[in-house]
Design a protein around this ligand. Sequence first.
Ligand code: PEP
Ligand code: MN
Length: 338
Amino acid sequence: MIIVLKPEATAETAREILDRISEKGLKPLHMPGSERVVLGALGDERVLAELALDSHPMVESLKPILAPYKLVSRELHPHDTVVRFGKTAIGGRGFSVIAGPCAVETRDQMRNTARFAKAAGAHGLRAGAFKPRTSPYAFQGHGVEGLKILRETGDEFGLPVVTEVMESADVGVVAEYADALQIGARNMQNYSLLKEVGRARKPVVLKRGMAAKVEDLLLAAEYLLAEGNEQVILCERGIRTFETATRNTLDLNAIPYIKQKTHLPVLVDPSHGTGVRDFVIPMALAAAACGADGILVEMHENPAVAWSDGAQSLYPDGFEQLMAALRPIAEAVGREIA
Ligand code: PEP
Ligand code: MN
């Protein structure tokens, strides 16, 4: 419920209403604006009704938040959220490109890849140290050693770094080394991990689960915000459908939908979304055209020898082509690539 106070309402009135909301076991929200104070109450609608706020003399209007996700919804928060990622920002007018290999393999592989990424204009570096692999026999990542290499590489090239955290117990150590925590598709509905990451004071990239509806993604994001972490970036990375021609089906419908229903920035991952190098550039361009706030894309100094996801990783020259092709498209839809 959104509670708009009258312009003459005092700070004491706001406090009194917020206290009543808390006493009922509901979550109070305080959103002071330049013209008037807006309050929010989240929780059981029947309990909310008991507050009888419609008859409060200082309440101008009450508006229910119809979406099942509340904090994430544009109804509650009409303006776009811009998330800081190192020195860059995700959301707003800029279009962000976060690039890097699927996994941290070696120091040289990371440095060479980051050098190319930076030279071509990437804003951030991605790479997994904890890898959720479909097969238990596949490379699982270097763990903390990988985090250290990623951090050093990011610092050397002036790129903020994002990497996946797979378990609640690792949130602390990943937050120590990374500028943003990634929650992977396989963990999108791992609610204890979501709560733990929600308590971390670090930006989060939350990927859509491969069998998750957009609403499931937004409710997963709600867990992060409900724990107090508002620095959430969503990521569409393709879903499983009956189509098997490509690794996943990149659901670009989700982008305008998410932009309309929520205030959170959203990235597209055309690498996992297609699984095919040749399709990464066209789908990245489509992502920019349909209103995404950026892309998370796999590139490798030499994908032919990549330890994972080589088939969908761009070569450095492909990444350069992508950056050149993105600029006019971003501009055509009113965005700029810094
Ligand atoms: C990744 O980005 O490295 C990754 C594992 O992606 P997803 O969780 O989308 O499969
Ligand atoms: Mn990958």
